[in-house]
Structure formats: structure tokens, C-alpha cells
Design a protein around this ligand. Structure first.
Ligand code: MG
Length: 264
């Protein structure tokens, strides 16, 4: 099931996305929150409605307490930036305030001259968990969405900790929705800028599997429902400029599109 979070006529709701053609998608509004038991209300709204009262705006599909991002998890990407392939997974944080949704604007920050895109498969956690054994990892996953780990590459090189380089406002686009029924082990992951392909990889190229990553991080900390794990980016990262439209597409999920603007 594809589960979207959206606003309609001043209210925020979750809905199950139904249909196949982009122009004909319908949201069946969910009663309650999708992490617990929930029911579909049967009340349906078209995603592309032009009527002001029923106009839908997709929001970030979850509001995470934290985004845990793993670095250098595709060998070719580690090499393209001149880095060693790490023996063990290593994580950093992107704060909740960095998250934006599909169609929201990435604001080019004033302290960087080298903003980069990084297409990533995002894992959404469905239940509170700690010290998760490998064989239980699938039980704590709610689903999957697309992410763009926007990075101020010049700042990342300059500063030892990546809090500013990877944690600034709008640096974590997520969406367009969460797909809950998906085998994530071998999906095409692709990124375009203004329609031209920049990144292309497969999730099967990850060095450390999703199981490895969740075992690794939950050794250290509790994950909460709605927390997001970014699983690393394939090769092909590169610059974004003001005015660019950047789109992450993951097989079986959909496309996350955002435009880059100058921070006002
Ligand atoms: Mg990344």
C-alpha cells in the first residue's frame, strides 16, 4: 500500500494512494494514524483536484523524530569522492527541521557554493525499537520512500562534523509517499536534474544491507515510529544550481521532485 500524508482544506490527513495513472490518483482517507491499526474511511479525494476546497497538497510522508543517514554505502560513490570504502557502517544525523515534502523548495543556503544531490532509498520505521536482531528487522520497518540527501559539499570538506553541511533547513526532501509492500533488495534508483540523468544505481549495490544498518544504529539508540534511515547514495553525485528541478525515482515507489531556490 502507498500511504501519503497530505493537507486538504486546512486539515492534515493520511491517505492510501489508489490508481496507476499520475493524473488519476485518488487518496482514500485513513482513520487514525498509519503506524497503529487503521481503517480506510472510504472517503476519496483526487490527488490532482483543481477545486479549491478539495485541493490536495502532498506533505512529507512522515514527520521523523530523527533522520539517521548512512554514508559511503555504495563503493563507486565512495571512490568518486576519493574516500575509502568503510569496513563498518557509519551514521550521521539530519535534523527533523531539514525535512521537506514532494514539490517543496530546496533553499540554497548562503554559506555554501557547492550544493550536491544524493538520491537515496529511505526506510521508514514503524515501531519503537532498540537492539533489533537481524531476523527481526523486517518487523520494525513500516515502508520505503525516496530521499535526497542534499549536501553542501564544500562545507562538508571544511568542517569535521557534518551538522551544517547535511543538516541545514530543506536538506532532506522525502516522498512522495511510503510504499509498505516492497522488497527493497534490488531496486533501480535514479536521479535527474532538469530531466537529464545524473545518478543510476541499484539498491543491490549497497555495501551494508538494510538489516546491517538497522542492527548497527539500534545497538546505540531507540528508533521511534516515523524515524527515517537513509541508506546511502549510488555514484553520480553532482552540483545543483538555483532554478534546477531535481527528481529521485525509485522502482516500485515513485518520483520525488523538488526545485532549488535561493534562500531569501
Ligand atoms: Mg548520503
Amino acid at each position: 500500500m502507498r500511504i501519503a500524508r497530505f493537507s486538504i482544506d486546512g486539515n492534515v490527513a493520511f491517505g492510501a494512494v489508489e490508481g496507476d495513472k499520475p493524473d488519476e490518483l485518488v487518496l482514500d482517507i485513513i482513520k487514525g494514524i498509519p503506524f497503529a491499526d487503521f481503517e480506510l474511511s472510504g472517503t476519496k479525494v483526487p490527488l490532482a483536484s483543481r477545486d479549491a476546497r478539495t485541493r490536495v497538497r502532498l506533505l512529507p510522508p512522515v514527520l521523523p523524530n530523527k533522520v539517521v543517514a548512512f554514508g559511503r554505502n555504495y563503493a563507486e560513490h565512495a571512490r568518486e569522492l576519493g574516500n575509502e570504502v568503510p569496513d563498518a557502517p557509519f551514521a550521521f544525523f539530519k535534523p527533523a527541521t531539514s525535512v521537506i515534502g514532494p514539490g517543496d523548495e530546496i533553499q540554497y543556503p548562503s554559506f555554501s557554493q557547492e550544493l550536491h544531490h544524493e538520491a537515496e532509498l529511505a526506510v521508514v520505521i514503524g515501531r519503537m525499537c532498540r537492539e533489533v536482531p537481524r531476523e527481526r528487522v523486517k518487523d520494525v520497518i513500516f515502508g520505503y520512500t525516496c530521499a535526497n540527501d542534499i549536501t553542501a559539499r564544500d562545507v562538508q570538506r571544511r568542517e569535521k562534523q557534518w551538522a551544517r553541511a547535511k543538516g541545514f533547513d530543506t536538506s532532506c526532501p522525502l516522498g512522495p509517499w511510503v510504499e509498505t509492500d516492497l522488497d527493497p533488495s534490488d531496486l533501480t534508483i535514479q536521479l535527474t536534474v532538469n530531466g537529464g540523468q545524473r545518478q543510476l544505481g541499484r539498491t543491490s549495490e549497497m555495501i551494508h544491507s538494510i538489516e546491517d544498518l538497522i542492527v548497527n544504529i539500534t545497538e546505540a539508540m531507540t528508533l521511534l515510529p516515523g524515524d527515517v534511515i537513509l541508506t546511502g547514495t549510488p555514484a553520480g553525485v553532482g552540483p545543483l544550481n538555483v532554478g534546477d528541478e531535481v527528481a529521485v525515482t525509485i522502482e516500485g515507489i515513485g518520483t520525488l521532485t523538488n526545485k532549488v531556490i535561493k534562500r531569501g
